[in-house]
Design a protein around this ligand. Sequence first.
Ligand code: ZN
Ligand code: ZN
Length: 147
Amino acid sequence: MSQTDLLDRAAERLADRRARLTPTRRRLLQVLEAAPGPRTVPELQIDLADIPVSSLYRALTSLEEAQVVIRLRDSAGTGRYELAEWITGHHHHVTCTVCGRTEDVAVGDGLETAIGRLLSDVAAEHRYRISGHRIEIEGVCSACQRH
Ligand SMILES: [Zn+2]
Ligand SMILES: [Zn+2]
């Protein structure tokens, strides 16, 4: 999705909820789009230093309500924000357990099909029909491995 499309679609979603794509919301979307993975509020503040943190939270909440942005929580309880999958496409995440950095991981179609089949079997054992999945991989990033 191009950045113009992203902003247009986000504006439509917000309009459905009688909200507007304010300059703060627009810049937030641009920062999230450029980020290599989900971002914490302190990380977002680095790129949006002139925006008061209260405004940042309000913008995130309205974008979350409009389902343009989603909030993830890792096993350590840290909240991170990213664009919804209808914008970015399906992907997974890998988080470094040492420094906490999180990146998006896209896997090829073949591997994604295999993962889907595996998880569908697991769900079926619990009499669930699978509707989606999220995979959060934990590990140690290459920078932390060098220390
Ligand atoms: Zn690390
Ligand atoms: Zn997947």
